[in-house]
Design a protein around this ligand. Structure first.
Ligand code: UDP
Length: 328
C-alpha cells in the first residue's frame, strides 16, 4: 500500500488517480487546509495533520504501508517570506514527524516533492541537479533543508528517498474530472484561464523589461500527469535499486508569459485581456530545467509536453468547474 500525503491537493489528487489506475492500493492523508476531499477519487482517506504524531502512528499501525509519496506542504512563496515560522513548522517539522514515524514502522522508501525554488537565481540554463542551491525565500529553504535532512536519515537509518525538484506544474486530467483549485490563485495558467472565463477582469503581466525575447519571464511548464508518472518511476527506482537520488522535473522547454497568454487565447478561441504591470519581486527572468537525468536514470518520458496540451487540459477543467470543487 502506498501512502500519499497531501493527496487531496492539486498534484496529490492526480497522483492518487494515477496510482489507482495502475492498480496500487492507496491511503491518503490530508488536513484539508488547502485540499479538497472531492478531489480524492478513491483509496482510503484519513483526515489529519503531519504535525500530529499520534495520528501518523495510527495511520502506519492500521495500514500496511510499503512506501510514501510526500506532497503535503505549504507552498506559497510570498506567504513564506511573511510567515517563515509556518513554513518551517509545516514543512520541516511535519516531514521530520513523517520520517520518524516511517522509521519506527520500518517503512524506508520515500518520494519527496521538492522544487526548483531550491536553486534560487540560476547560474546556468538549463538548470542541472548539480548546480548551486541558494534559495531566495523560506519556501525553497524549507524544501532544501528537508532534502539535506533526508540524506542524513539515509546514512543513519537506511531511509531511501528520491527527491523531485518540480518546475512549473500545470494542466489537469484530460477528462476534466480533477484539476487545480487554489485560494488564493497565484499561478499564471490558472489566472489566464480565469480571465478567459471572466472570473477575473484581466491578467497582469509582471514586467516586460526582462532580458528575454519579448521581455517577459520564461518558465518551464510541465503537465501534472507527466509529473505524477515520474513519481511512479521514482517508486520503481527505489524498489529496484534501493538508492537515494535527486532529479529535476521540467519540460526542458521555456515559454514566456506572453506566449502563454497567446497560446491560451488560441485554445479558448478568444482574446484574453491583459495589462503590463510591475515586476514581481524575486522573479528570476528565466527558469528552465534539464530533465535529462530523470529521462536517462528513471526512464521517464513525457506524454503531454506541448504548451497547447497543457493549457487545453487545464481549460477542460476550468471551463467545466469555474468554481473549482465548490459547486455553488
Ligand atoms: N505571472 C504573471 N502574472 C500573474 C502570475 C504570474 O505575469 O498573474 C508570471 C510570473 O512573474 C512568472 C510566471 O508568470 O514569470 C509564472 O509564475 P507562477 O506564479 O505561475 O510560477 P513561478 O514561476 O513563480 O513558480
Amino acid at each position: 500500500m502506498i501512502l500519499v500525503t497531501g493527496g487531496a491537493g492539486y498534484i496529490g489528487s492526480h497522483m492518487v488517480w494515477l496510482l489507482l489506475e495502475r492498480g496500487y492500493d492507496v491511503v491518503v492523508i490530508d488536513n484539508l487546509e488547502k485540499g479538497h476531499s472531492k478531489a480524492v477519487l478513491g483509496g482510503k482517506f484519513c483526515k489529519g495533520d503531519l504535525k500530529d504524531k499520534e495520528f501518523l502512528d495510527k495511520v502506519f499501525s492500521e495500514n500496511e504501508i510499503s512506501a510514501v509519496i510526500h506532497f503535503a506542504a505549504s507552498s506559497l512563496v510570498g506567504e513564506s517570506v511573511q510567515n517563515p515560522i509556518k513554513y518551517y513548522y509545516n514543512n520541516v517539522y511535519g516531514t521530520l514527524n513523517l520520517v520518524d514515524t516511517m522509521i519506527k514502522h520500518n517503512v524506508k522508501k520515500l518520494v519527496f516533492s521538492s522544487t526548483a525554488a531550491v536553486y534560487g537565481e540560476p547560474e546556468n540554463i538549463p538548470i542541472l541537479e548539480t548546480d548551486k542551491t541558494e534559495p531566495t525565500n523560506p519556501y525553497g529553504e524549507t524544501k532544501l533543508a528537508i532534502e539535506k535532512m533526508l540524506k542524513w536519515m539515509d546514512t543513519a537509518y537506511g531511509l531511501k528517498f528520491v527527491s523531485l525538484r518540480y518546475f512549473n506544474v500545470a494542466g489537469a486530467h484530460p477528462d476534466g474530472i480533477i484539476g487545480e483549485d487554489h485560494n488564493p490563485e497565484t499561478h499564471l495558467i490558472p489566472i489566464v484561464l480565469q480571465a478567459a472565463l471572466g472570473i477575473r477582469e484581466k491578467v497582469t503581466v509582471y514586467g516586460n523589461d526582462y532580458n528575454t525575447k519579448d521581455g517577459t519571464c520564461i518558465r518551464d511548464y510541465i503537465h501534472v500527469l507527466d509529473l505524477c508518472d515520474a513519481h511512479l518511476k521514482a517508486l520503481e527506482y527505489l524498489e529496484k535499486y534501493n538508492k537515494s537520488d535527486i532529479f529535476n522535473l521540467g519540460n526542458g522547454l521555456g515559454f514566456s508569459v506572453m506566449e502563454v497568454i497567446e497560446k491560451a487565447s488560441e485554445v479558448v478561441g478568444k482574446k484574453i485581456p491583459y495589462e503590463i504591470g510591475q515586476r514581481r519581486p524575486g522573479d528570476p527572468s528565466i527558469l528552465v530545467a534539464s530533465s535529462q537525468k530523470a529521462q536517462e536514470v528513471l526512464g521517464w518520458k513525457q506524454k503531454y509536453n506541448s504548451l497547447e496540451v497543457i493549457i487545453s487540459t487545464a481549460w477542460k477543467w476550468y471551463s467545466t468547474h469555474p468554481n473549482g470543487y465548490d459547486e455553488k
